[in-house]
Design a protein around this ligand. Structure first.
Ligand code: GTQ
Length: 350
């Protein structure tokens, strides 16, 4: 409230507030400035999680609680500016999940959309509606909303991946539903790789045939590192990088050419050694994983030094400058697609 009031009016207003409060009525003019800000003012903070540190704690948890007991054995990467929220940005969640050899994380489904980005290990699986994706380092695997999913590790090494979910978004809408399958694993419905054959080659099963099995809205759920890395490598060989993003490719849903899931966009980018990005800010707070290389992320003038497998977060509307000391490859996800659908997304390129 900016206008100045007489002492008398101010005292009468305070009396009015006190009378209204028991009836759950409040004066907008006291809070309007905080509700309708001229620009985003995210309480989230820029932050980096060192992979080696988090991994130690995760393996210690692995000695103490099984994946089955925990249902999901995950360390939440909570934004230090959002304490108690289990959120890494105001709309998204990130965690590091461990599955040890022989373990199963039991089958469930929920309204929330999830992605997995593999940090280490080779050959554990996520099964989505009974189709296994065999996971290798830096593969992207999706579990779109309301699809059954279980995870298992039949390999001989621990498997760790980053979970990215829209938990805070779904909580915000009060729209969470979840169910457990009575069995811990979904029966195998088709061999691994089946959906990639049917939907991953710019083709799809003829409509109305029994082979059109997967969800029509998002039929693909495995985006292997070997494929996306090769694309980045080849496009970086000739042509110039985008001055703000480097060489950048977004993962898409073949059903509509849009983002991978309704609430989450995901992309990868490559910055050549010695490259410094032009400053850029966007309304989609973004979570990044360092896949290869080293460098730094300067967020509103604060430097985060980057090593392989580190995770870092750049909140909404903070200015980001990326510097690649050696060829830097990043994976990133955000709520950009949700904001675009709502007419909210903006970016500023400096
Ligand atoms: O694998 O389904 O990190 O439901 C958090 C919630 C993972 C999962 C998380 C979940 C999952």
């Amino acid at each position: 409230m900016s206008a100045t009031l007489s002492n008398d009016a101010a005292a009468q207003l305070r009396a009015l507030y006190a009378e209204m409060q028991p009836r759950s009525l409040y004066p907008l003019w006291e809070v309007l400035g905080a509700l309708v800000t001229p620009q985003p003012r995210s309480p989230a903070r820029p932050h980096r999680w060192r992979y080696a540190e988090a991994r130690e704690y995760l393996l210690r948890a692995g000695d103490l609680i099984s994946a089955e007991q925990a249902e999901r054995r995950v360390l939440v990467m909570e934004n230090p500016g959002l304490p108690g929220s289990s959120s890494i940005t105001s709309s998204l969640y990130a965690g590091l999940q461990l599955i040890l050899p022989g373990e199963i994380a039991p089958c469930h489904r929920h309204a929330q959309c999830a992605l997995r980005f593999v940090m280490e290990g080779d050959g554990a699986f996520t099964a989505v509606d009974g189709e296994k994706a065999l996971m290798r380092p830096f593969d992207l695997v999706l579990t779109p909303g309301w699809q059954w999913h279980d995870h298992g590790n039949t390999s001989s090494q621990p498997m760790i991946w980053l979970d990215g979910l829209d938990l805070p978004t779904v909580l915000n809408f009060d729209a969470s539903f979840a169910e457990h399958l009575p069995a811990s694993a979904h029966p195998e419905t088709v061999p691994p790789g089946d959906s990639a054959l049917r939907y991953g080659r710019n083709m799809r099963p003829m409509r109305g045939t029994a082979t059109d099995r997967r969800s029509a809205s998002q039929p693909l759920f495995h985006y292997p590192y070997a494929e996306w890395r090769e694309s980045l490598r080849r496009i970086a060989r000739d042509g110039d990088p985008d001055p703000h993003l480097g060489y950048a490719l977004e993962f898409t849903n073949p059903a509509d050419g849009g983002a991978v899931m309704p609430t989450i966009s995901a992309h990868v980018r490559l910055l050549p050694g010695g490259f410094s990005s032009r400053p850029r800010a966007s309304t989609d707070g973004t979570i990044f994983v360092v896949v290869e290389g080293s460098g730094s992320a300067r967020v509103d003038g604060e430097d985060l030094e980057l090593q392989p497998r580190d995770t870092f977060v750049v909140p909404s509307w903070r200015e980001l400058v990326l510097r690649a000391d050696s060829e830097l490859v990043l994976f990133g996800y955000s709520d950009r697609t949700a904001q675009e659908k709502l007419g909210l997304f903006r970016e500023r390129r400096g």
